[in-house]
Design a protein around this ligand. Structure first.
Ligand SMILES: Cc1ncc(COP(=O)(O)O)c(C=O)c1O
Length: 424
């Protein structure tokens, strides 16, 4: 049972956090009807969003590609659910909180644009994608095609099937930035052979933020009876799209990235006619063969994390995906357009909105990227991510809705200074 004290402290916390949410909602009402492009530069509006987070503003966090801080209201929901769970977990967590995962499933499915019976809640994109990667029946000699810029853990997962099951893994390369979206699609489609059973590729890559022409590739694969696994770790709640715009068989995403949900949240979409034949990673009873919930049979786990996704969806809806994407592109363009004037600086990300959104990767010629990133931290307390790929390198920069223009300008000035003086 909830004690009176725990109940009251929960209420106090909720009220404080809800005050933050109502400020965001009030800011939203004030700008109702304003188009996403003009709102992207409305600092009065974005200040309200920035205030909804409890951050350490002595550092400039430009690595929102790893995992993100949640807004206060989401973090408070997580803590509240944890506190409730700890009263008597077998009752409060299993009987009160856990069944409400169904509300989360329903709301995520609505946001993604699929049926709720096609969506499993997972702990991250890795788990979601590995369910698909390890659960598809493949025999010796069957081929999987991916790219050499897909996520390391996902490539390692396929590689384990090469070692264990004798499948063939083909990794294609592509230029950064590519000349066109068609070029990306053409490369994957041209690599298909009679042995190909699966195409695995990113919706948007983590290395340079390149968006792929997912629908075209998936349609071509389906015509040939090939399954598509799309890595959407960075896509969901980052820019607008729906499942119907993708047409893939399996889709995995993290929710602790762009949705700003608690750490340890993600989902797996499995197209309805694929559910039966996809083996779960953690086995489930045969009676669940056709049930999307068979992918959630992971044993005891916290209910707080996945239930607080509902609050993250509220926060996300309070801004709106069009406005969020426009703001993210505005922040990215602010540093990228300035730095592309510098002859010593190369951008590996195409700024065309069809190609990219918040993520940008930038290289200073003559200075090794790990040194650039170390310098940004030591001198300016800026967090960036060093990307060192066999074919190129650069610092990956990922702002978020809480990033200020002053933080972006500090980063751009720091890069100009490193380009001019080096790191010595
Ligand atoms: C492209 C891509 N796929 C998959 C993942 C794995 O995500 P998670 O660590 O949330 O499982 C990441 C993480 O950064 C990623 O960037």
């Amino acid at each position: 049972m909830l004690t009176r004290r725990a109940f009251l402290s929960g209420v106090a916390v909720a009220t404080f956090a809800e005050a933050g949410l109502s400020r965001v909602q009030a800011a939203g009402r004030r700008v109702q009807g304003q188009d996403a492009q003009s709102l992207a530069a409305d600092e009065v509006y974005w200040r309200e969003i920035q205030q909804a987070f409890t951050l350490d503003r002595t550092i400039i966090n430009l690595n929102n590609g790893g995992c993100c801080p949640s807004p206060r209201v989401v973090h408070e929901a997580l803590k509240r659910y944890l506190d409730i769970s700890n009263q008597a977990p077998v009752y409060h967590m299993w009987q009160i909180l856990e069944p409400n995962i169904e509300s989360v499933r329903r709301r995520l499915a609505a946001a993604f644009g699929c049926d709720s019976e096609e969506l499993a809640v997972t702990r991250n994109a890795s788990e979601a994608l590995q369910i698909a990667q390890l659960g598809i029946d493949l025999k010796r000699g069957d081929e999987v095609i991916t790219t050499n810029q897909d996520y390391g853990r996902m490539l390692d997962t396929w590689d384990q099937r090469v070692r264990r099951d004798g499948i063939k893994l083909t990794k294609i390369s592509f230029p950064v930035p590519p000349k066109s979206l068609d070029e990306l699609g053409d490369r994957l489609i041209a690599a298909i052979t009679p042995a190909t059973r699966v195409l695995h590729f990113c919706h948007i890559t983590n290395l340079t933020g390149q968006i792929f022409p997912v629908k075209r590739i998936c349609d071509e694969a389906r015509k040939r009876g090939i399954k598509t696994v799309v890595d959407g770790a960075h896509a969901f709640a980052h820019f607008p799209y729906k499942a119907a715009d993708l047409g893939c068989d399996y889709y995995g995403t993290s929710l602790h990235k762009w949705l700003l949900a608690p750490i340890g949240t993600g989902f797996l979409y499995v197209r309805r006619d694929n559910i039966r034949d996809l083996w779960p990673l953690t086995p489930a009873a045969a009676s669940k063969t056709d049930d999307i919930r068979k992918f959630e049979e992971i044993g005891t786990h916290p209910a707080a994390n996945h239930n607080a996704i509902a609050e993250a969806l509220n926060f996300h809806d309070g801004i709106g995906i069009e406005r969020k994407a426009a703001r993210l592109r505005y922040l990215r363009d602010r540093w990228a357009k300035r730095l592309s004037q510098n002859p010593k600086i190369t951008l590996h990300t195409n700024l065309n909105p069809a190609h990219s959104c918040a993520i940008g990767t930038v290289q200073i010629s003559g200075v090794p990227t790990p040194k650039v990133v170390a310098r940004l931290w030591e001198r300016w307390r800026i967090i960036a991510t060093p990307i060192v790929h066999a074919e190129y390198e650069g610092a990956r920069i990922t702002p978020n809705v809480y990033t200020t223009v002053d933080e972006i300008d500090t980063f751009a000035a720091a890069m100009d200074e490193i380009a001019a003086r080096g790191t010595g």
